[in-house]
Structure formats: structure tokens, C-alpha cells
Design a protein around this ligand. Structure first.
Ligand code: PSU
Ligand code: MN
Length: 311
């Protein structure tokens, strides 16, 4: 078993450390969606709001990022401002963490890095917008987000609005099945579509309350394995979703532009999200923010039930 997270390179904020020690509810929040998924300067407002929503539900927020080579589990004063405002902030997947730490780099953590670090710190519930997954055109590019493989071996509950709709959603669902990641719809029988209420694809399981989610987490622990994530797919409400026809039209243009400009690797997701926001006159941004807000609140409710159950 690795040592507890308590070294100069891995810093828990006093609030997060105290909550974990006392078995109080904690929710991990990722920073790539703030730094690379949402436009400045609104992103800082959203980052603060997510923390407020988590607190309002009775849990402690732990936004995770790497600043000057130090992993922060829970950002303190000034940290959120850097994540939201710093132009050259890197995007760090799990594999990038050791290099960032050793070279003193700063970066926002993706779902893969955030889920790993949260689980390592003893945080069981995590909120994001939409997971990464299998990109369209994967047969040529082999581009599949590292989020999927990491979730297949990390015991964490991730509340998300499904996977990003810029992806090949059926292929991503297939990979989640292959990788043994448990997927449940939250009060829905169709898999959410990130900006859209529904991807049109079915989910096998539907849960109806935070308590029920906590019960599944307990059952995972009672089973003792495989140690994989639980994905709680929470759809953006129909009245907050992006107009599906507008979504499809703007996405088709963005995908063609990405191909023409030969955007590859880590740049693909931020590029497409930015094109969606721009091409929809900000409507995609509003749907994205509505999704992450709802996910942060639900994650906190789940964390509260989990802590009550002696999680
Ligand atoms: N959710 C959002 N916006 C985002 C992301 C999630 O609402 O930008 C980020 C997450 O950090 C996720 C990443 O891990 O997008 C996926 O990037 P890639 O496809 O390069 O793995
Ligand atoms: Mn990729």
C-alpha cells in the first residue's frame, strides 16, 4: 500500500485533510475543465461556484491541480485564480504527473489525473462535466482518452453528464463495458449526451437517489473487486440542454475544421469544445456549465450519504 498522501510534493489543504481525517464528506473537482474546457474569464466564476455548490450540500470541495510541481488536493487562496487565469498552464493526464512534479511545472488535471489523485488521497466521490473517451475517427488515430483505462482500475464514483458528445459515444460505451467500469443513469434510462439531455443510447441501470448510489458503492466494497470506478451519468435537464439540431450542425463543422488543421493529441478536446462554444453563440457554454453545476451538487449529496453510511 502506498504511503499516506502527506509529503511536500503532495499537499492536502487543511480543510480537506481535516474532513478526511474525521470521515466528513469530500468531493473532488477537476481543473482541466476550468483551465482548458471553459473560456476565460467566466471560468473562474464557475470554479468558485462549483466549490460553493458542494459546500451548500454539506461537503468539502477539493479542487485538484499541480502548481509549481506540487500536487494540491484542495486549492487555497490564489490557487483557483491561477488555474483559471494562467495562459500557459499545462493539461496533465495521470502519466504527466511525475514529470510535472519533478520539473516544477504547473498544470490542470484531467479526469484521469484527478481521479487517480483523489482516490490516492482517500476521496471517493468526484464531479466533472463529461468524461473523455473514444474519439470519432479512432480507427485511424487510436485516440482514446486515458480517462477510460484509469477509471477501470480506480475505485472512485464519478458524477458526469455522460461522455463528451464530440466523441464516438457508442464506441466509448463499449470500451467502458470492456474495461469493467460500472455505468448507471441517474434518474434516466438513456445515457446522457453531455450538452444534450440524451445521447439516444440506453443505459442498463437506473438509480434514483444519492442514497441508492452510496449503497452501490458499499456493495462494490463488500465485493472487494474489481477495483473500478462507478460512473453516475446525470443528464443536463431538457430545458438546459443545447438545441440538438444546432449541436449536430456546429459539431460537424468543428470536426471538419479539426481534421483540416490537423489538430491531434491533447489539443483535440479543448479545440472542439472551443469551436462548439463559439459556433453556438455561447449556448454550448451555458449547457456545459449547467451540467457541471448539477454534477457538483449531486456528487456532494452522494458524498454526504456515503459519509453517513460510515464510508
Ligand atoms: N468535462 C468538461 N470539460 C472538459 C473536460 C471534462 O465539461 O474540458 C476535460 C476532462 O479533464 C477530461 C478531458 O479528462 O476533458 C478529456 O481530454 P482528452 O480527450 O484529451 O483525454
Ligand atoms: Mn486524446
Amino acid at each position: 500500500m502506498p504511503q499516506p498522501l502527506d509529503t511536500p510534493a503532495l499537499r492536502l489543504s487543511p480543510q480537506v485533510a481535516d474532513a478526511l481525517e474525521r470521515g466528513r464528506p469530500v468531493v473532488a473537482l477537476e481543473s482541466t475543465l476550468i483551465a482548458h474546457g471553459l473560456p476565460r474569464p467566466d471560468n473562474l466564476h464557475v470554479a468558485r461556484e462549483l466549490e460553493t455548490l458542494v459546500r451548500r450540500e454539506g461537503a468539502v470541495p477539493a479542487t485538484i491541480a499541480v502548481l509549481d510541481g506540487t500536487v494540491h488536493i484542495g486549492l487555497e487562496e490564489g490557487g483557483l485564480e491561477r488555474v483559471a487565469g494562467q495562459e500557459d498552464l499545462r493539461k496533465l493526464g495521470c502519466r504527466d504527473l511525475p514529470v510535472a512534479m519533478a520539473t516544477g511545472a504547473s498544470g490542470a488535471t484531467t479526469v484521469s489525473a484527478t481521479a487517480f489523485l483523489a482516490a490516492r488521497a482517500g476521496i471517493r466521490v468526484f464531479a466533472t462535466g463529461g468524461l473523455g473517451g473514444v474519439h470519432r475517427g479512432w480507427a485511424d488515430t487510436w485516440d482514446e482518452s486515458a480517462d477510460l483505462a484509469l477509471l477501470s482500475r480506480t475505485p472512485i464514483t464519478v458524477v458526469c453528464a455522460g461522455v463528451k458528445s464530440i466523441l464516438d459515444v457508442p464506441a466509448t460505451l463499449q470500451r467502458l463495458e470492456t474495461l469493467n467500469v460500472t455505468v448507471v443513469g441517474y434518474r434516466t434510462s438513456t445515457f446522457p449526451g453531455f450538452y444534450l439531455h440524451s445521447s439516444g443510447l440506453p443505459v442498463d441501470w437506473t438509480l434514483h437517489s444519492p442514497r441508492q448510489v452510496a449503497q452501490v458503492m458499499r456493495a462494490q466494497d463488500a465485493l472487494g473487486g474489481p477495483r473500478a470506478a462507478l460512473v453516475v451519468a446525470n443528464p443536463v435537464p431538457p430545458d438546459r440542454q443545447l438545441d440538438p439540431a444546432l449541436h449536430d450542425r456546429v459539431l460537424a463543422g468543428a470536426l471538419a475544421e479539426a481534421e483540416r488543421r490537423q489538430i491531434t493529441g491533447q489539443a483535440v478536446t479543448p479545440f472542439l469544445l472551443e469551436r462548439l462554444v463559439h459556433g453556438t453563440g455561447g449556448a454550448a457554454l451555458r449547457a456545459n456549465v449547467a451540467a457541471v453545476r448539477a454534477n457538483a451538487a449531486l456528487a456532494a449529496q452522494i458524498a454526504v450519504c456515503w459519509a453517513q453510511a460510515g464510508g
